[in-house]
Ligand binder design. Sequence first.
Ligand code: UDP
Length: 315
Amino acid sequence: MSIAKGRALVTGGAGFIGSHLCERLLADGYDVLCVDNYYSSTKDNIAHLLEDPRFEVIRHDVTFPLYVEVDEIYHLACPASPIHYQRDPVQTTKTAVHGSINMLGLAKRTGAKILTTSTSEVYGDPTVHPQTEDYWGNVNPIGPRACYDEGKRAAETLFFDYHRQHGLRIKVARLFNTYGPRMHPHDGRVVSNFVVAALEGRPLTVYGDGSQTRSFQYIDDLIEGLLALMNSADDVTGPINLGNPGEFTIAELAGLVIEQTGTSAGIDYLPLPQDDPVRRQPDITRAKELLGWEPTIPLSDGLSRTIQYFRDTLT
Ligand code: UDP
């Protein structure tokens, strides 16, 4: 039996990103404690890990305190897709803010190193392109995305204040759009929406004219980045962008999905949601220099793996 490397807590561990992270940490020899309230995640994502004696799951909402003994905390818990985080916006802000306070308190008591997954949404509808970490963002504080954007901005504030005030070892990652197997088929995110629609023979739903851009990173690349950040020197606190700088219009993405799935159902153009950012592309100079990390999986490859996953799992 391998010697455990340490005890890692993953909040939001049954989510799309969390489940991949749990899997990877187990493979790397950690004892993994997965915490989730299944608000926007599913037990199916972690079912294959339950047999592992080094894997443990607690159903828990991070807006309430948690008393466990761990060495490293990956704090991911928060609904991240617009349809999920806008369903109960007050709860979204509570999750981002109270959840962070609780996990930072846990880190303070145990001395654990703590990483949080912040978001490119802190840049709002950016006026600087591509987005560097020192850009302060352009967020509408009272719009429908604010519960998430401002919640995550407050969470970053808390991380840096706990670091300065209490000397906590913190790591703040800003995640750009991420896709891959185990995205929820009804998550509402553009990649899953397009792929699922194509496979079910429905038209792809493009919001607006499809000229807005996003940069899509494949899940495996992100997991490497999160591990590199957690294992970096203590003075590397972030914030640090983790994303794939390849920038695509939503129309281009639709074209790729149509090409790879062979769907003939076409495209439905629907209204653009309020405050939908026009452009988004990470500047990853900092991640390259400080972590030696950069994504390696191009959109066409990641997309074909994702299409295969949905082909295998959609009934
Ligand atoms: N989008 C779209 N069709 C969909 C879902 C999303 O055209 O079925 C667009 C959406 O308006 C946005 C982009 O795709 O411009 C990315 O949306 P998503 O919800 O995936 O993530 P966001 O980056 O907006 O948080």
